[in-house]
Structure formats: C-alpha cells, structure tokens
Design a protein around this ligand. Structure first.
Ligand SMILES: *Cc1c(COP(=O)(O)O)cnc(C)c1O
Length: 371
C-alpha cells in the first residue's frame, strides 16, 4: 500500500525541540538533570497552575511516587478507576497495596462518585483514591472530591491522558493532592518518554525528587537511609518537552476538530462519541465511539476493516476488574457494569493530528459502510 499508515496518535514534532537538545549537547548536559529539566518543570507547573513539579522517566514512575507519598502500606486498600490503562493502578502493587476497582459513570466514562461512596461505606479506612481522566475527559471532580473529603482520603489524579483539559475552568492534574502527567510517544505532547508529578506541596515534590535520585542523602560520600529509584528525566527528554509545550494548545485545537468531524459524520448513526460534562473542556486526546446496543457490527470488526486499509484503531481499555492479573479484587458499581459495556461496544478512532481531510473521509466512509 503506497498511502502512509494512519495512526491512532503518533508524535507530532515541530523543530523547536532540537534547539533545546542542541543546547544540552553544547553545554554537555546530556546526562540526567540540567537546565532543561529545571525549565520544563517550571514551565509545566506554570501552565497547569501548581506550585511544583518533578520531571520523571514516565507517568508510571510518577504514579508510583504518588502512591508512596500517600503512605500506602502492604495490604492496604486503594480505590482505583476501573476503566483505564493498567499503569493507573499497577503502582499500587509496587507498594504492596490492594486495588479495589470503582466502576465508571455514563456521562464521562470516568470513576462514578456514587460507586466510590459505596466503596467507602464498605471500607471507610481506605485512605487513597486514584482517578484517571479517560481519553482526555475530566472526571466529576466536585463529587469525587466531596466523597474523598468525607472519608479523609487523599486523591491522586492520573492526568496522563488529559494534559490541558479543564473542569470548571481549572486544569486537570490539579484536583488531587498529587497529579500525574505522561509524555509517552502517543500522548498529546511527548518527550519521547517521560512523566511528571504535580503538587502544591513543595515538600512532597522535594521528597519525590529525592526518591527518584536513588535516595542519595546529602553527604560527601554515597549515603543511603531509604530505598530509592532511578526515576529522573534526562535533560535531553526534557528539552524535547520544552520544545513541545508551546504547541500544546494547538494540538488540543486540532484534536477537537477531529472529534467534531467524527461527531458530525456519525450524527445519524447508531453510535455516540465519548461524552463529557458541559462544565468541562476535554483535550480530546482520543476520539472514541460507543456503538448502540442494537448496532449490528462489533468494535473488533470495525478495527479489522480499518486495519486492512492501514488505519490504526483500537479497543477501549479493557477494564481492570476483567484483567486476569486482578482476579479476586473487589469491583464496586451502582448500575451493573458500565465500564464493561463501554469496553464491549466502544472503540478508539484514529486521532492523529497529522491526518488530512482525505484521511478522515476515508476513515468515515469505511465506518459508515459497515453500519
Ligand atoms: C499513558 C498512561 C499512563 C502511563 O504513562 P507512561 O508515561 O507510559 O508510564 C498512566 N495512566 C494512563 C491513564 C495513561 O494513559
């Protein structure tokens, strides 16, 4: 096939990234840390509106340090989003905690605050909650924060997919005590690989930086009093991030146009786009559709037809309560299994901002022909 593959979401570089990388080479600050790491942390903290940020090797490592900062101990329960990527919840296991999965609601596909409340009724001693903003759509934060407040639990917000999205005009990543970003290759901006931990608690961020640098004590020799990790972002990766950040708003604008193009094209068909609240503005990282119950095609059939055309579409994240690795973990819901239904009838459509109008026409034509 001569036409280039159409990706779900691939990196979009602008050239400015190389200026920062060149600077790192010129000053020989290629190794971890350096001016780009400091600059990227400050610039991102300012963009999102938090006091402090620690640049790390991945979103997963940021989630791990957030769980550690919450003081989760072996055997302790953590309430987690169920419909999400595994990295939202696996760091709980790194600390020996036990995930209890909370079902989604239908209005944003994110954690249902009613199910969260029900989980606390059963297990009021739970002191940590991890909520993810699925596909760039903010969760119901007023309600979720109210429930966390009622039970004195600390909220970790996994904003890996939602950088730049807002809820009631406030940036995602700021609704928990800790917020997490990812700059993996497929995210809305990238550092090739990387992540960030956000918080208004500068002492906590300082502690995270310490753990992320092998927990090396400030002594003239190599002194260690705690177990540490090699989690700090490299100065090269941070340079890529600094070059990308000024284009974040443009990426969001293009993602939104893709979402609206699909929405308009599918308006008369038995399917709906991934929903959001009117008080929130997603970053539209991935456009998804949910096929109605009586729709005759299955998501995997659409994915297959598009794959034959060299077009990448993907299933919805498989809910955590359906994952073999978490069999035996509790799953709390209030109306059946909302996440399971979204998984069964939904799919993620190509959302790459380098798509042309003719690419989109081809995708839409293929989908409409099947419905
Ligand atoms: C990508 C992602 C992560 C993990 O980020 P990495 O940088 O790949 O480690 C965590 N949570 C969600 C919801 C993600 O989509």
């Amino acid at each position: 096939m001569d036409r280039k593959k159409i990706y779900l979401s691939s990196p979009t570089m602008h050239g400015d990234e190389q200026k920062f990388i060149k600077e790192a080479f010129d000053t020989n600050w290629v190794a971890p840390l350096g001016a780009n790491v400091d600059g990227f942390e400050k610039e991102m903290a300012a963009y999102v509106g938090v006091e402090d940020a620690a640049a790390l090797v991945s979103g997963t490592s940021a989630l791990h340090l957030a769980v550690k900062l919450c003081g989760v101990k072996p055997g302790e329960v953590v309430f987690c989003s169920d419909l999400t990527f595994a990295a939202t919840v696996t760091p709980v296991s790194y600390e020996g905690g036990i995930q209890v999965f909370i079902d989604s609601e239908r209005e944003t596909w994110n954690m249902d605050p009613r199910a969260l409340d029900k989980a606390f009724e059963k297990c009021p001693q739970c002191k940590c909650v991890i909520v993810a903003n699925l596909y760039g759509t903010p969760a119901k934060f007023d309600e979720i924060r109210a429930v966390c407040g009622k039970y004195g639990a600390t909220l970790i917000e996994d904003a890996a997919e939602s950088l730049g999205a807002t809820y009631k005009d406030r940036q995602t990543g700021t609704f928990g005590k800790y917020g997490v970003l990812s700059f993996n290759g497929n995210k809305i901006i990238t550092t090739s690989g990387g992540g960030m931990l956000l918080s208004n608690d500068s002492e906590a961020i300082k502690k995270a930086r310490f753990w992320a640098s092998q927990a090396r004590e400030p002594a003239p020799w190599y002194q260690h009093e705690e177990i540490g990790y090699n989690y700090r972002m490299s100065n090269i990766s941070a340079g890529i991030g600094r070059g990308q950040l000024p284009y974040l708003n443009e990426h969001i604008r293009l993602k939104k146009a893709i979402y609206n193009r699909y929405k308009e094209a599918f308006a008369e068909l038995p399917m709906t786009m991934n929903p959001h609240l009117s008080c929130s503005e997603p970053n539209y990282w991935l456009s998804c559709v949910l096929l109605e119950k009586d729709c005759k095609v299955k998501p995997m059939e659409i994915i297959k037809i598009l794959a034959d055309e060299n077009i990448e579409a993907r299933p919805i994240w498989k809910p955590m309560h359906l994952q073999p690795v978490f069999s035996g973990h509790d799953f709390v819901s209030v109306e059946g299994d909302v996440g399971g239904a979204v998984f069964a009838r939904g799919l993620c459509l190509p959302s790459d901002i380098k798509m042309t109008e003719s690419d989109m026409e081809l995708i839409i034509k293929n989908i409409i022909s099947m419905i």
